[in-house]
Ligand binder design. Structure first.
Ligand code: SAH
Length: 257
């Protein structure tokens, strides 16, 4: 029996791969990767390995999830070292759950090798701290384009000290802006769009929940960091945005001591 490694490729820059990921990519027999994995990371894969692109291209799926699950199982049953390579971290919006279930059912050994998820790559690109203790106490990694299940966002846990990281914000920032406003986020709450974090095409756009609606779309993959940590100006960071009226929070909220 072989083994399947579910490996996080990080946000793009091959230097952000873990040593373990790089070592396994150099000795894999077969690598099944997503479209999101950068060319530079693919170059780390052993020349002897069979490399299969299972990703989506412009919305067109190359292989269905069931076909990918079946491939992982059949390669491992042939005794191969199989790498399932996913952008960012495999466990964050990466459909790892379905693959793990298939592997468990087939009795195949697997191991998860974590990667740097896009939220962290994007925060680094923006040069901000997601949990700046003066204004944030929690991070919510979320999305509202979950496709078929039609679920609505549950904003119950979002507070004035939540940093929201929105994966897959979709093509329409007007809709994103509207959903955030409907969720009770103030119109002047800062946000930053980060496109192609940790790659040579990296782009940032500093905005606010209200202004977002009229921002020009940045190339995919992109995500949105929303919250007071997403301010460029230290003054902006220190003033309150939660009620949308520029009222300042009580001093204890801003204390740095
Ligand atoms: N497993 C991945 C996420 C897959 S969902 C991870 O942990 O990062 C795909 C979404 O991730 C994209 O729509 C985008 O919102 C985000 N994303 C992935 N790579 C990105 C990058 N380099 N820069 C900005 N956003 C990225």
């Amino acid at each position: 029996m072989g083994k399947v490694y579910l490996i996080g490729a990080g946000p793009g820059d091959p230097e952000l791969l873990t040593l373990k990921a790089a070592r396994l990519l150099a000795r894999a027999d077969v690598v099944l990767h997503d479209a999101l994995v950068s060319r530079e990371v693919l170059e780390v894969i052993s020349n002897a390995a069979e490399v299969i692109d299972v990703g989506k291209r412009a919305g067109r799926k190359l292989l269905t999830q069931e076909e990918i699950n079946a491939l992982l199982v059949s390669y491992a049953q042939k005794g191969e070292i199989v790498v399932r390579l996913k952008g960012g971290d495999p466990s964050i919006f990466g459909r790892a759950g379905e693959e793990i279930e298939s592997l468990r059912k087939a009795g195949i050994e697997y191991e998860i090798v974590p990667g740097i998820t896009a939220a962290l790559g994007a925060a680094a690109a923006a040069g901000i701290s997601l949990t700046d203790r003066r204004v944030a106490s929690q991070i919510l990694l979320t999305t509202f384009s979950r496709g078929t299940d039609g679920s609505v966002m549950d904003w119950g846990c979002v507070t004035s000290t939540t940093t929201l990281v929105l994966y897959m914000p979709g093509a329409d920032y007007t809709e994103v802006s509207q959903r955030l406003l409907e969720g009770g986020l103030p119109v002047d709450l800062p946000c930053v769009i980060v496109s192609n974090a940790a790659s040579s095409q990296q782009q940032l756009r500093w905005s606010s929940v209200g202004r977002l609606a009229s921002e020009e779309k940045l190339p995919a993959p992109a995500l949105l960091i929303v919250g007071r940590v997403a301010s460029r100006e230290i003054e902006e960071l220190r003033s309150a945005f939660w009620d949308g009226e520029g009222k300042t929070l009580p001093p204890q909220h801003l204390s740095v001591s």
